[in-house]
Design a protein around this ligand. Structure first.
Ligand SMILES: Cc1ncc(COP(=O)(O)O)c(C=O)c1O
Length: 273
């Protein structure tokens, strides 16, 4: 099932700048009982991304309506939205009139074992590093070559995620998720001012920590801090919150702060927002 510019069917134009240059943005949402979760948060990040990339944002009410229409028949699924700058000429120069393309596609929800939520997952540290660029940091733009190269580093199905470092060796995030650490009851998450995607679940976890008196620091996190942590977890809109049970050779149990945040996040998710 897909909706291209509001219509089921149709094809992407080969002159579309999303295809030509990755000139656009995307969002990935979990759908439960026909309801795209945290829709407003996703649309507002998309709008911010459009502003940063100088793409006129599509009407957010229209996007919300199309998101619900595309997801309406799905019990549990993943909804992906792509917005591009639309069609243009051969060069990089923007067309005089920009008419963004919007595409919603619906996908089966991945069949993750329940123990990923309870016992946690195994992670590795990727060799491929993220480049710094404050102009693109935080937004979910379509250029994901860094993540593709990092994800190509392993085939072992026992490893669910790879952590990525920046050019200075600080830990930024996973290839498809954001990272949190707990040390002595304090929650830490890497600063994303130079690179990384400011995830919707990361934003919600930060909000939940503040509302529930869990001290939180957003800062540069080095490799050493990872192995000193009492708890680690990764999060995104499809997986929710996964505790980390193993990173390279070191092992952890799902800790108290992680479990509290999983519970609080689960409550919000259950309310569909
Ligand atoms: C590189 C990267 N970082 C972080 C995230 C988490 O973002 P969100 O919580 O909005 O799903 C994603 C999600 O796909 C991602 O691809």
């Amino acid at each position: 099932m897909y909706l291209l510019n509001g219509e089921p069917g149709g094809c992407i134009d080969i002159a579309d700048r999303g295809f030509q240059y990755g000139d656009g943005l995307f969002e990935t949402l979990e759908v439960v009982d026909g309801n795209p979760l945290f829709l407003q948060e996703h649309l507002s990040r998309l709008e911010k991304g459009c502003k940063k990339l100088l793409i006129p944002p599509p009407d957010l009410h229209l996007l919300a309506e199309e998101a619900r229409k595309c997801a309406s028949a799905a019990a549990h699924a993943v909804l992906k939205l792509i917005v591009t700058r639309g069609c243009g000429g051969r060069g990089y120069r923007q067309p005089p009139v920009i008419s963004p393309t919007r595409l919603f596609t619906l996908h089966p929800y991945p069949d993750y074992p329940a123990e990923f939520q309870s016992r946690g997952v195994a992670l590795r540290i990727c060799r491929h590093r993220l480049a710094g660029n404050p102009a693109l940091a935080g937004i979910k733009h379509l250029n994901r070559l860094e993540q593709i190269l990092a994800r190509a580093e392993w085939r072992d199905d026992d490893i669910q995620e790879g952590l990525m470092l920046d050019q200075h060796g600080f830990v930024v995030e996973g290839t498809m998720s954001n990272l949190f650490l707990v040390k002595d009851g304090v929650l830490y998450t890497p600063d994303l001012s130079q690179c990384g995607v400011a995830g919707i679940v990361r934003e919600i976890v930060v909000r939940l920590a503040l509302q529930n008196q869990i001290p939180l620091l957003v800062m540069a996190v080095d490799r050493h801090a990872l192995f000193q942590a009492d708890e680690l977890f990764v999060c995104n809109s499809v997986i929710g919150i996964w505790p980390v049970r193993q990173l390279e050779q070191q092992q952890w149990r799902a800790g108290e702060v992680t479990q509290t945040l999983q519970k609080l996040f689960g409550e919000l998710r259950g309310q569909g927002r």
